[in-house]
Design a protein around this ligand. Structure first.
Ligand code: NAP
Ligand code: G3H
Length: 484
């Protein structure tokens, strides 16, 4: 069905100038299933010299792509979205094997991405500039007109994390492309095969050769070289705060979009609808086994309603199924043994410092059973660190001020939730929280994908979200008409 060659057996290839190529050195990274350790496939580990070749190709292709009318660029994207939907089962199968995301969430990642691509294609057509007349400025007559257009930046380097290798890749690739940029895409190594499927879909949709090139290889081996490469005009990165900060120290004078880690708090006030809060908190904390930047990662509840909230939360946590992605279990194996070890370390620290275990603290290989702690205190690591796993701490607070203080004392500033029936109180609390987005009576989450997605402090820089991403991947260019 696909005209591009993509893999030979389990050996996958990179996309360069419309061709499927492997590393000349023959070096490869092996990708193993987080579920059973079986080999999912091998991807090329590209060298710096090969990266130069990919980037030169992208820079050359960008000029002609920018000259294609935006309606035609959008048409290619619409076609890609249609192919994604047609291929959703095959792609979801790869996601299940490669990152152990359950079936429902894998399918929804693919269909959500198709929706994102359609929406971006249409939004790209609506990018407009403006004109400014000189007469508005003191001392000037109507003798000048500045015509301000938005133009592409050039070559965008898109780097995605393991937890959404399709969606968080497309959320960078698509706005870049519709705006007339070319893209060099560095997928997460664990997630690279899923990401290569996405590249294959763009290829099949008729994207001209060279406009999208894919470079696989370990971030720690090739990443620094790519982000600081002179042919890269912009970096769009989603991943950990540690790597994001490292990238920021390297890129120099290039626009940079960073979406990083989080420690999102759910603040539950005395007048909250506790059943609603419990539903949102458990859904928000445990989907994809807590491996989401926006997962609810701590509950700050007013002491007077803490017991009642726990009565509602605990049975929901105990009801979560644990098992295999293909059986659609709620809790599936974490991405790696190291990831599960880290979560266990945080659990052990909380137990040792006297947190009250309500359920969980059980492990089978990479599976961490859903874990809920009460009476977590601020000296425990779990109060501050991002576990990226299914463990949820409850901190009881005496006042709203204390909840706000603990939220703001975090190094992170992605999102927070406030549960209350009082809109006045919700707005008062929201105004004081140092995060990108506050969800009132709802779980923390990124979507829908046209909403602005904002991280402050160690959670990021710049704004993602369809129109916002297009803006971030274009710049103003002005032509001034002088009427002499
Ligand atoms: P990660 O380890 O930071 O990796 C993210 C990406 O960066 C991967 O493609 C990785 O490649 C690459 N990379 C690693 N070192 C690099 C370097 N020196 N230069 C350039 N690229 C480099 O993050 P992850 O484990 O995949 O994802 C989990 C983290 O991402 C969590 O902290 C989570 O909160 C955060 N996250 C944030 C958002 C958000 O939108 N705010 C969304 C999703 C995830 P390799 O895979 O080859 O190492
Ligand atoms: O992991 C970080 C993602 O940006 C979270 O997206 O809230 O749609 O799961 P999500």
């Amino acid at each position: 069905m696909f005209r591009c060659i993509f893999s030979e057996g389990q050996k996958y290839k990179n996309l360069l100038n419309g061709q499927w190529v492997t590393s000349r050195s023959g070096k490869r990274d092996k990708i193993f299933s987080p579920t059973d350790g079986s080999l999912v496939g091998e991807v090329p580990a590209m060298s710096q010299e090969e990266a130069d070749e990919f980037l030169k190709c992208s820079a050359a292709a960008q000029k002609s792509w920018a000259a294609v009318p935006v309606s035609e660029r959008a048409a290619v994207l619409h076609k890609a979205a249609e192919i994604l939907v047609r291929e959703k089962d095959a792609i979801a199968d790869v996601l299940m094997r490669e990152i152990a995301k359950n079936k429902k969430s894998s399918l929804s990642e693919v269909t959500r991405t198709a929706d994102l691509i359609h929406f971006t294609a249409e939004e790209g057509k609506r990018v407009t500039g403006e004109s400014l007349s000189s007469g508005a400025f003191p001392g000037f007559h109507e003798t000048k007109l500045s015509i301000v257009n938005r133009v592409p930046l050039g070559v965008v380097l898109a780097i995605a994390p393991f937890n959404y290798p399709i969606n968080l890749a497309a959320s960078k690739i698509t706005p870049a492309l519709v705006a007339g940029n070319s893209v060099v895409f560095k997928p997460p190594t664990q997630g690279a095969i899923s990401a290569l499927y996405l590249a294959r879909v763009f290829c099949e949709a008729g994207l001209p050769a060279g406009v999208l090139n894919v470079i696989t290889g370990q971030g720690r081996a090739i990443g620094d070289y790519l982000v600081s490469h002179p042919l890269v005009n912009m970096v769009a990165f989603t991943g950990s705060s540690k790597v994001g900060k490292h990238i920021a120290s390297l890129v120099g004078m290039k626009p940079l979009l960073l979406e990083l880690g989080g420690k999102d708090a759910a603040i539950v006030l005395e007048d909250a609808d506790l059943s609603l809060a419990a539903q949102h908190i458990v859904g928000g904390a445990f989907s994809f086994s807590g491996q989401r930047c926006t997962a609810v990662k701590r509950i700050l509840v007013l002491e007077s309603v803490a017991d009642k909230l726990i009565e509602k939360i605990l049975p929901l946590v105990q009801k979560l199924s644990v098992g295999l992605p293909e059986d659609d279990a709620d809790i599936t194996p974490l991405i790696s043994k190291e990831a599960a070890d880290f979560v266990q370390e945080l659990i052990d620290d909380a137990v040792q410092k006297g947190a009250k275990l309500l359920t969980g603290n059980k492990r089978e290989k990479n599976i961490i059973f859903p874990t809920l702690f009460d009476r977590v205190t601020v000296d425990m690591r779990i109060a501050w660190e991002e576990p990226f796993g299914p463990v949820l701490p409850i901190l009881r607070v005496k006042t709203i001020d204390e909840a706000i203080k603990i939220t703001n004392d975090s190094e992170y500033g992605l999102q927070a939730s406030v549960f209350t029936k009082s809109m006045d109180e919700a707005f008062r609390v929201a105004a004081r929280l140092e995060v990108g987005t506050i969800q009132v009576n709802g779980k923390t989450e990124r979507g829908p994908d046209h909403f602005p997605f904002i991280g402050v402090k160690s959670s990021g820089m710049g704004t993602q979200g369809i129109r916002y991403s297009i803006e971030a991947m274009t710049r103003c260019k002005a032509i001034v008409l002088n009427f002499n």
